[in-house]
Every structure is written in C-alpha cells, then in structure tokens.
Design a protein around this ligand. Sequence first.
Ligand SMILES: *[C@@H]1O[C@H](CO)[C@@H](O)[C@H](O)[C@H]1NC(C)=O
Ligand SMILES: *[C@@H]1O[C@H](CO)[C@@H](O)[C@H](O)[C@H]1NC(C)=O
Ligand SMILES: *[C@@H]1O[C@H](CO)[C@@H](O)[C@H](O)[C@H]1NC(C)=O
Ligand SMILES: *[C@@H]1O[C@H](CO)[C@@H](O)[C@H](O)[C@H]1NC(C)=O
Length: 357
Amino acid sequence: METRSCGVRHMCTLTLLLVSVCPLCCRASWMRLGLTPTGPPEDQDQDCADVPLSPRQKDLCRKKPFLLPGVQSGARLAVSECQSQFRHERWNCSTTEDASVFGHELTSGTKETAFIYAMMAAGLVHGVTRSCSQGNMTECSCDTRLQGGGSQVEGWHWGGCSDHIQYGIWFSRKFIDNTVKNTSKTSGGYTLSTMNQHNSETGRQAIVRTMATHCRCHGVSGSCAVKTCWKTVAAFEHIGAYLKERYEHSVQVSDRSRRKVRRKDQRRLPVDTHQLIFFNKSPNYCLADRRRGVAGTRGRRCNRTSAGSDSCVLLCCGRGYNTHLVRHVQRCECKFVWCCYVHCRRCESMNDMHTCK
Ligand SMILES: *[C@@H]1O[C@H](CO)[C@@H](O)[C@H](O)[C@H]1NC(C)=O
Ligand SMILES: *[C@@H]1O[C@H](CO)[C@@H](O)[C@H](O)[C@H]1NC(C)=O
Ligand SMILES: *[C@@H]1O[C@H](CO)[C@@H](O)[C@H](O)[C@H]1NC(C)=O
Ligand SMILES: *[C@@H]1O[C@H](CO)[C@@H](O)[C@H](O)[C@H]1NC(C)=O
C-alpha cells in the first residue's frame, strides 16, 4: 500500500509539503484532548508541552496554564455530546485513533464538518467559562458587570456569580481561529478555513443564546420578598440540542475554489452567525467507504418500532436487518430491609435485538 501510494515521487513530496504546511492538520489536533480519559485530579496537572497543540496554541497555553483543565473538559464535553446527539443517525460522530480525530468528516466541508466545528468551539467556551467561575483566577472569575442592576419594583437584583462568558468567547476565538478574517466579506465564496471559522462562531453564539438565569429567594421564611439572580451557561445538552437543530437547517454556500460548479441554490451572500454553513453535500453514510472514511451502518443496532432515524428501515438503508435474542439480567423486586440495606432479586428476560445487514 505504502509503495503504491507513493509510486509517483512528486506526489509523495507534494503530500509531505501539504501536511507540513496545511494549518488544518495542526489546528485539528487540539480536539484530541476530547478523547483523553478523565483521570483523578492529581493526574490532571498536565503540562502545556505534553498536550497535542499547535505551536501557537502551546504558546497561548503557556501564558495561561490555569486554563488547560478547562480546555480539556470542554473538548471532552463536545465530543461526548456530539456522539450523544448523533447516536441514532447513520453518521454517529465516531472518532478515530489518528490525528484527524473525526476522520474525513473534519475536512470534508459537509454539514457534519460544520457541526463538529460548532460543537468544539462551544465546548471550549463552556469548559473555560465553568472553570473560571469555579476557580479563583484573577484573570477570569465572575462577570461583575451585571451587579448593582435589577429591578427594585419587581424585588430582584443581580448578584452572586454570573458566568463570565465574554472571557470564554475571547479565549475560544484566540485558541481556535488562526487568523481573524472577516467572514462577512465573502463575495467570492468560502474556503474551508473561513467556513470553519464561521461555524466555530455559530457554536460560540449558541452559548450566548442559551444562557439561563437562576434566582434565589430571600425574605421571611422563604417569602421571596427579595430575589438575587445570576446568569450561567446552559447545561451542555441544551447547547448540543440547539446546534443539532442548526445542523438540520444548515445553509449551503459556494466554495471559492470551485466557482464554476456554483449552483443557483447556493447562497452567495454572507450568512448570519446563527446559521451553520457547508459547501459539500454529505454522502448517505450507508455503505462503508474507506476512501471517504465512512464506516457504513452494517452491524449498527436499529429499532424496529421507531419511526425516526434509528428505525431499521432508515438506519439500515433498506438492506434489512438481523434479529438476535439477547439475555438481559437486571436487579428487580428490590426491597428495603430494616436496617439498612436493599435486597433485590435477579430477573432474567429475553429480548430481541436488531442489527443492520
Ligand atoms: C458508530 O458506528 C460504528 C459502526 O458503524 C461503531 O463501530 C461505533 O462504535 C459507533 N460509534 C459510536 C460513538 O457510537
Ligand atoms: C484560591 O487561591 C488561593 C491563593 O492563591 C489558594 O490557596 C486556593 O487553593 C485557591 N482555591 C481554589 C479553589 O483554587
Ligand atoms: C466585517 O465587515 C463588515 C462589513 O464590511 C463590518 O460591518 C464588520 O464590522 C466587520 N467586522 C470585523 C470584525 O471587522
Ligand atoms: C424503539 O422506539 C420506540 C418508539 O420510538 C421506543 O418507545 C422504544 O423505547 C425504542 N426501543 C429501544 C430498544 O430503544
């Protein structure tokens, strides 16, 4: 295989050159942090030199080493939420062992690429913001700009610790976007790099749009005469669901490098930051295609009674499915025994499981 792909020496040199120059290859690598397991706290004291970052990101990391745990937890959050949002789809956000992390989908310019970039950028904002609010960092702690505000008539005021998302957003931009280009000037269409930058920004804006307000009551025996309110980032599942919805309504734009194939249905005008953009149509993800890094849906578990994307018809692309009988052992008929333990029986049941042919 090796000798065949490098049969033409020119090609080999060209590939090496592209690999060493192409910024996407280096930029992608930080996403690998999302695949590192969560260890005990003492193992988390990682050094900026030991983590997969581009030289520019390492530099930023060395200047702000206290943010590394936040970056790491944000990356993990994003990867696991991507897999959760797509667990019933043909493309299931699976990751690879190599540096590409998400395989071909990271650079394919499809809706899936758009979703990955948006989720990773949002995860970064979320992770950094949460660690800022929890720790006692001088640079980023709580957002105090709201404090003092509120409404005396309605009996509430801003207080407590509001999440300082502006800091997280600033950091996420600096960390991910190599060069800050103005993506609203796109008369000639997008490049993969400006497309990714746009979608990363959509991810950051998702954090802004989903922020939640919490309040606590004060007053005589919980009368709620006075309330203290603060703002926090939403649970990451909400952000995942919000971006999944954006993914389903993503907009096709023109690819600057292939202007001739531009079609009428492709938008030439700048797209606002709340929409995800892509330029290539996605494959159907039905059959395994090693060249395109598609795993196919063979062997995937499907649901015979579902009408959604996990139904055996849709997930298996009409190829049909196999039925296996699987034994299921559960704790059941649990009783509380005085004092103090719970006694359960073991119950066995046989269930049908369906997998795509
Ligand atoms: C995605 O599907 C493939 C089979 O197509 C399976 O091997 C893999 O474990 C799945 N990944 C996740 C994260 O569910
Ligand atoms: C907060 O900072 C103080 C002084 O730098 C340090 O001793 C303490 O452990 C920190 N607390 C947390 C939760 O990081
Ligand atoms: C990008 O360009 C638009 C229109 O030319 C302008 O309104 C906007 O302020 C620019 N944004 C930045 C960040 O330079
Ligand atoms: C299959 O889908 C039905 C309908 O959506 C749902 O009620 C059921 O729990 C699903 N079964 C499994 C095993 O996920």
